[in-house]
Design a protein around this ligand. Structure first.
Ligand code: CO8
Length: 258
């Protein structure tokens, strides 16, 4: 697939995807989402990649789904899943970690896309919001579900009902983002975090991602049981033997992702 709305590169074991529709503040149209899904699937399948970073521009991570593209749709267009919703789930199938590096606007579907990533590193100019209510719609890619889990019911209601934006400082205090860094450090910080993750044993990385995601989607008892089963299974890997042996021999481990 040729990409017209994203830029893709690799740096070491990190796959970097930049949303690139600058004239529309990276508004997420079907073509962009198809391309993003394609790039994510390819990085996920690439044995030389251990972590993925998704970013936008300094002005916008993404200002939402493409309003011009959506305006004409009927109920049946969207219900049948031919447009908008057809390609939004791909990112959820990615088993390697995806870090969102967010600068500028992350609004509507842009905020939802960032929340679908495994964690968010924000630049100090980042602004998060779910302004769909101003368009006579509601969030459609998890905004009403992931936002309350991330920032509390009260803040999620406030943001979804009033459409107000949350700045980077508030987002960090509320737990929506893991770190806030100066704008000019954003990509370096995200790439460094991704490089650290990509240096770890991939089986452990994937099991941690699955287990933490379980915390979102199950009761505590179910989540603890799931984590325990994943923990047991790490003892079937060569990397567990190597990791512990290396510790005892006071050297760095050499993981083989096996
Ligand atoms: N869609 C299409 N174009 C957009 C969008 C968008 N979401 N956001 C900005 N643009 C375009 C503008 O139309 C403008 O284009 P042009 O220069 O041709 O007029 C260009 O980007 C620059 O935008 P502005 O001139 O408006 O820039 P400002 O700095 O003045 O304002 C804002 C920036 C505040 C971000 C403003 O552009 C804005 O409010 N944008 C819309 C934000 C919004 O409402 N987002 C939610 C969209 S709905 C949604 O995301 C639903 C998701 C459902 C997903 C379901 C999947 C399963």
């Amino acid at each position: 697939m040729t990409y017209e709305n994203i830029l893709v590169e690799t740096q070491g074991k990190v796959g970097l995807i930049r949303l690139n529709r600058p004239k529309a503040l990276n508004a997420l149209n079907d073509q962009l989402m198809d391309e993003l899904g394609d790039a994510l699937v390819k990085f996920d399948a690439d044995a030389d990649i251990g972590c993925i970073v998704l970013t936008g521009s300094e002005k916008a991570f993404a200002a939402g789904a493409d309003i011009g593209g959506m305006a004409k749709f009927t109920y049946m267009d969207v219900f049948k899943g031919e447009y908008i919703t057809r390609n939004w789930e791909q990112i959820r199938n990615v088993r390697k970690p995806v870090i969102a590096a967010v600068a500028g606007f992350a609004l509507g579907g842009g905020c939802e896309l960032a929340m679908m990533c495994d964690f968010i590193i924000a630049a100090d100019n980042a602004k998060f919001g779910q302004p769909e209510i101003k368009l006579g719609i509601i969030p459609g890619a998890g905004g009403t579900q992931r936002l309350p889990r991330a920032v509390s019911k009260s803040k999620a209601m406030d943001m979804c009902l009033t459409a107000r934006m949350m700045d980077a400082g508030e987002a960090e205090r509320a737990g929506l983002v893991s770190r806030v860094v100066p704008m000019d450090r954003l990509l370096a910080e995200a790439m460094e975090a991704a490089t650290v993750i990509a240096s770890m044993s991939l089986p452990s990385v994937m099991m941690i991602k699955e287990s933490v995601n379980r915390a979102y989607e199950s009761t505590l008892a179910e989540g603890i049981q799931y984590e325990r089963r994943m923990f047991y299974s790490t003892f079937a890997t060569e990397d567990q033997k190597e990791g512990m042996q290396a510790f005892m021999e006071k050297r760095l481990p050499v993981f083989k992702n096996l």
